[in-house]
Design a protein around this ligand. Sequence first.
Ligand SMILES: Nc1nc2c(ncn2[C@@H]2O[C@H](COP(=O)(O)OP(=O)(O)OP(=O)(O)O)[C@@H](O)[C@H]2O)c(=O)[nH]1
Ligand SMILES: [Mg+2]
Length: 352
Amino acid sequence: MKPVELVLVTYPDDFSSQEAKSLVESMPNWHVTKVFTQKYLNHSEYGMGSGKAEEIRDFVKDSDVTQIVVDEHLTSKQIHNLEKLTEMKVVDRERLILDIFYSRATTNEAKLQIQLAEIKYDMPRVREMAKMSSGNERPGKGGSGEYVVDVKFRDLKRRMGFIKEKLDEAKKKRQLYHQQRIKTGMPVVSLVGYTSAGKTTLFNQLTTEQRETSASLFTTLSTTTRSLKIDKKSVLLTDTVGFISRLPTYMIDAFKSTLEESLAADLILLLLDASETPENIRIKYSSCWEVLRELKVDETKVLVVLTKYDMADSQKIEEIINGLQLQNSLAVSAKTGYGIHKLKNVVLERTG
Ligand SMILES: Nc1nc2c(ncn2[C@@H]2O[C@H](COP(=O)(O)OP(=O)(O)OP(=O)(O)O)[C@@H](O)[C@H]2O)c(=O)[nH]1
Ligand SMILES: [Mg+2]
């Protein structure tokens, strides 16, 4: 298949531009031809400044590029303006994340959650369209634009109700399983963390499962729980969807029910990729906490686990611990098995 060539517009700092590139390249077959950076992406007309927008228009004219990805939330008016100027399809950060989720969702529930997030993405845009069209077409004067928007809005609401019902059914089933598990008296340990922190790799190593892992972002979108024996004690281990910075609340909401359950665990292992730069680690750590607080987790149940020890060293680990002022933490490598024994012991201790 021919790769989809695109232009990426992101912020100039390393973290944002690397993450935006990884996000784009998590879409099967998408390839970044050129990166443009902008300090601010909140200009009213195009998100980026009009000089930059014109520069991009000139660049894409004689290239293989077919799409422009802007690493920020854009209004439908901004998308419309930019598409008109460049004659290219424009995708904003939220649309991109939704597309990645779409391309990766395997379970029915994950698909429904994404559809719900998509409707929430579309709703304010349909409202905006209504505003844009009411400028020239007044209600009661046969303005068909308004009518179409009305119908579309009602349709979105109807679909939202339908999806919520289906999600409720799925949730009830899951809660039943959850309650059955609780009845067994087995403690629940969950793995959470930024996308690509190594949650599934650690999950596989502990449970001898073979769930998909990859360097792409958002490899895992659904929750899996397996039992695991440590000495003679059985615990339930849960792997789940990863976090990302600047994730809109409605997207956290869409995954809330699955996340909430795993966050009601007896022990929450917050995984942090120790192989990254201290700056990236700091940003990811704080954005994980933003999500955890948003989901109102019991902070005393959280234990930080520094992963990918094989790609760091003890000095780096010490720097991370000091930098983040971690009280308790562990370092592990799911690749070499370093720290796994200790981790199991800590799990035993912390789950009484
Ligand atoms: N060197 C090394 N690489 C690791 C280790 N653990 C995970 N990785 C790599 O890190 C990448 C991400 O791992 P995953 O287990 O898919 O990460 P995840 O947190 O489940 O990611 P999402 O499901 O996308 O949220 C993969 O390429 C893994 O091979 C480790 O201990 N050492
Ligand atoms: Mg995973």
